[in-house]
Design a protein around this ligand. Structure first.
Ligand code: FAD
Length: 296
């Protein structure tokens, strides 16, 4: 099923993101995680794509197929294009089609530092136009409530986003953010620009201080004081940090749902404990919101 149909049927689409195991580990190492995530009944699971763009050591297609065909959950395969030729993209699309994977998160990917980009695709919108010609795939794209790192301003980023949406994006997933006010301001600006497709909020719970610091340095998300205090206070107690991070993420999600968000995309970091705790904590709120849509 194309994921956009889920947005048509319910108020809030709830999904998980996972990353494939390293190429040196057997694919089976992810089975336990997937079985645990399956119990939580997400609407779909997305699978990240290695930045290198090398088809031979990329497991995204394999894992997306596994999610769909072994675990019976709709899957969304991430695909970056900056390091890929059209021929390489064709091979991946064909493979996904053969495996029955119907949804792609079409991304540019980060500009490579060491090597020259291939140059056949320069922006995500070009990949979206390309996939659109192939027919049959639902297409999601990324957006950035605080603006993308390469953009001169949030306004300029939203203008570029409009081009990406018009190229054939069904719905958007945001970069992680820790302060919902950025998300609400971004939603207003996007709507003013005529972007009215569903936008899923990407939420990353804190599980590990160093990991969060690394991710924040890569994406530039603002970190509120309340969040910094949690990380500093519990950095040496893994369980306490995880539980405080879960509570913070739950508060963020409940505020988003109460404010009418169309979806929550949880960056699980392959940690089923965190995914389970969050799902349990928001389940009645999710159910209420989705029942309301049925009534409307
Ligand atoms: P684009 O939409 O092409 O934008 C990139 C930059 O170019 C922006 O600054 C934008 O303002 C500008 N721009 C875009 N279009 C135009 C235009 N027409 N004219 C002028 N400027 C323009 N990376 C991975 O490697 N693997 C993953 O699996 C992965 N998953 C992700 C999932 C999500 C939900 C998100 C939010 C990001 C993910 N990323 C992933 C990171 C992403 O690849 C990087 O953020 C990348 O730098 C930008 O990708 P994009 O598709 O948003 O690019």
């Amino acid at each position: 099923m194309q994921i956009i149909k889920m947005f048509e049927a319910k108020q809030i689409v709830f999904s998980f993101e996972i990353f494939p195991p390293k190429i040196t580990s057997p694919i089976e190492t992810i089975y336990k995680t997937l079985a645990a995530l399956q119990d939580l009944k997400p609407d779909y699971i997305s699978v990240t794509y290695g930045a290198g763009g090398n088809i031979s050591d990329n497991r995204t297609s394999e894992l997306s197929s596994l999610v769909k065909n072994k675990y019976g959950i709709e899957s969304l395969a991430h695909l970056t294009c900056i390091n890929s030729s059209k021929v390489a993209v064709d091979i991946i699309l064909q493979n996904l089609k053969e495996q029955g994977v119907e949804n792609i998160l079409a991304l540019r990917g980060d500009i490579p530092k060491q090597i020259e980009a291939i140059g056949e695709f320069n922006y995500a919108y070009e990949l979206i136009e390309y996939i659109k010609q192939k027919n049959g795939f639902g297409i999601a794209a990324a957006c950035y409530p605080e603006g993308h790192m390469d953009a001169d301003s949030l306004q300029q980023d939203i203008e570029a986003l409009k081009i990406k949406v018009d190229a054939g994006t069904d719905y958007l997933i945001t970069q992680l953010f820790f302060d919902n006010n950025y998300f609400y301001d971004f939603m207003d600006l996007a709507l003013q620009k005529g972007i009215d497709i569903p936008i899923q909020a990407g939420i990353m719970p804190a599980a590990n201080k160093r990991q969060i610091e690394r991710i924040v340095s890569l994406c530039g998300a603002a970190v509120p004081n309340k969040f910094i205090k949690i990380m500093n206070k519990y950095e040496h107690d893994q369980q306490a940090l995880q539980d405080a991070g879960i509570a913070y993420a739950v508060e963020q999600i409940i505020d988003l749902i109460s404010s009418g968000v169309r979806g929550i995309h949880l960056y699980t970091m392959n940690n089923p404990y965190i995914a389970r705790k969050i799902t349990e904590n928001i389940s009645t709120v999710l159910k209420f919101a989705n029942n309301r849509k049925d009534i409307d």
